[in-house]
Design a protein around this ligand. Structure first.
Ligand SMILES: [Zn+2]
Length: 244
């Protein structure tokens, strides 16, 4: 990853931003959360992923004839289901939807052609869908949506099975790849999960797992995930450039 991050809005003056909004094919909003990620990972896992993996997209975009302008990552999300673990901060789903619409409305005001939401937290998906509907209908802002793991799912499932998600093999590997100093290696252990019924739609996470995570973080593999990141970045950019 390069250090200059010239595609990041927070580094720009307003004159530079004025040019960047006009030049960008997509203005991207990385979306994370501040929520518990078991005993071995920090609250910031989804926000760190949103930041590093959206940077990967911005840095590789030129090879696909695309220019991305990246907004500061949104560090809070809808995390009601994690609130019973200490440290989790949640935004009410309606408020969260409004926040995303307000950000998109601002982006539109500066002349952006298209908005791109890159998402790294499953709880955000439903409010995002409703926000995108409003942005397109009420604010005439074409919006694309990348729920990052959807583009990596096949490879992750093949390697890690079914429960690699929250604080499991995948997220542990991503943080070990980008920010290894934040992983409490001595706290990694297979997570104690409880079964659920298919017809249950909402459960608090302390019903699902004792430690707070899913899967087996001791089976993490940062080198494998580094390859997945490379391939997934290409796959997403190809999708974004398809209807250029
Ligand atoms: Zn997560």
């Amino acid at each position: 990853m390069s250090d200059d991050q010239t595609y990041r809005l927070e580094r720009m003056t307003w004159e530079e931003a004025e040019t960047a909004f006009k030049a960008a094919d997509y203005v991207a909003l990385p979306c994370g959360s501040t929520e518990q990620h078991s005993l071995h990972l920090p609250m910031s896992v989804d926000t760190l992923r949103s930041s590093h993996l959206t940077d990967e997209l911005a840095e590789r975009a030129h090879a696909h004839g695309l220019e991305l302008l990246v907004l500061p990552p949104l560090p809070y999300g809808y995390s009601e289901h994690h609130l019973s673990f200490s440290g989790t901060i949640t935004i009410d789903a309606d408020t969260y939807q409004d926040i995303v619409v307000d950000i998109g409305r601002s982006v539109k005001e500066h002349g952006a052609d298209r908005f791109l939401i890159t998402n790294f937290h499953a709880g955000n998906i439903e409010p995002h869908k409703l926000a995108i509907d409003r942005l397109q209908r009420d604010h005439d802002l074409p919006t694309r949506y990348v729920n990052w793991t959807d583009f990596a799912r096949e490879e992750l499932e093949e390697r890690f099975g079914d429960n690699w998600g929250h604080a499991g093999e995948h997220e542990t590997s991503v943080i070990e790849h980008y920010r290894p100093e934040l992983v409490r290696q001595e706290k990694k252990r297979p997570q104690t999960m409880h079964g659920t019924s298919d017809s249950e739609r909402f459960r608090y996470f302390d019903d699902l797992t004792d430690e707070g995570g899913l899967g087996d973080p001791t089976a993490s593999d940062p080198a494998f995930v580094a390859d997945v990141v490379e391939e997934t970045t290409e796959r997403i950019l190809k999708d974004l450039s398809d209807d250029e």
